[in-house]
Design a protein around this ligand. Structure first.
Ligand SMILES: *[C@@H]1O[C@H](CO)[C@@H](O)[C@H](O)[C@H]1NC(C)=O
Ligand SMILES: *[C@@H]1O[C@H](CO)[C@@H](O)[C@H](O)[C@H]1NC(C)=O
Ligand SMILES: *[C@@H]1O[C@H](CO)[C@@H](O)[C@H](O)[C@H]1NC(C)=O
Length: 138
């Protein structure tokens, strides 16, 4: 259950405080080049995408922009309590029966960390790679 929560958090906060989406303390200016890797160790695949978006756009907007290019697709559900939850990427959905889910990570240089907020809230920076990793929990 803790795993699912990772995908959910924060969209509600954006809705209540629209200005939150604009706030940024990094000092970055102008459009942001967002790099996105879709990885799947179970099938040994990695597909890379990039999009240029206005600074402060949450990942949800970036993914919609990628989807407009037709080379990428995703689906999500909306929890009334927690906001947007990522369900499938490029036609592949996580499954409770198989213990699979889309893990969200950010890579900066050599350091990789799990996101503590979901796609509805996370605002990517231009010097990082946003990773969606299809994986399994024990
Ligand atoms: C999503 O992407 C997958 C993999 O490229 C493709 O097989 C599938 O048809 C796409 N689904 C939609 C609704 O475009
Ligand atoms: C579970 O994994 C099997 C084998 O990879 C796959 O064929 C099946 O579609 C998966 N089930 C779900 C609900 O994703
Ligand atoms: C993706 O998940 C696999 C396990 O399926 C894990 O070994 C790998 O380290 C993860 N990738 C990243 C970038 O963390």
């Amino acid at each position: 259950m803790a795993l699912t929560a990772i995908g959910l958090l924060c969209f509600a906060a954006l809705l209540s405080f629209p200005a939150l989406g604009e706030r940024d303390h990094s000092g970055e200016q102008g459009p942001v080049l967002v790099k996105v890797d879709v990885t799947n160790k179970l099938t040994n695949t990695i597909v890379s995408y990039s999009a240029t978006v206005p600074k402060g756009m949450p990942m949800f907007g970036v993914l919609n922009k990628l989807q407009d290019t037709k080379s990428f697709n995703f689906t999500y559900s909306i929890s009334k309590s927690y906001g947007i939850y990522l369900e499938s990427v490029n036609g592949l959905a996580g499954s409770n029966a198989n213990h699979t889910y889309w893990e969200l990570l950010s890579k900066k240089g050599k350091s990789i960390r799990s996101l503590d907020v979901g796609i509805g809230c996370y605002q990517p920076k231009s010097n990082e790679i946003f990773i969606m990793n299809f994986t399994r929990w024990d």
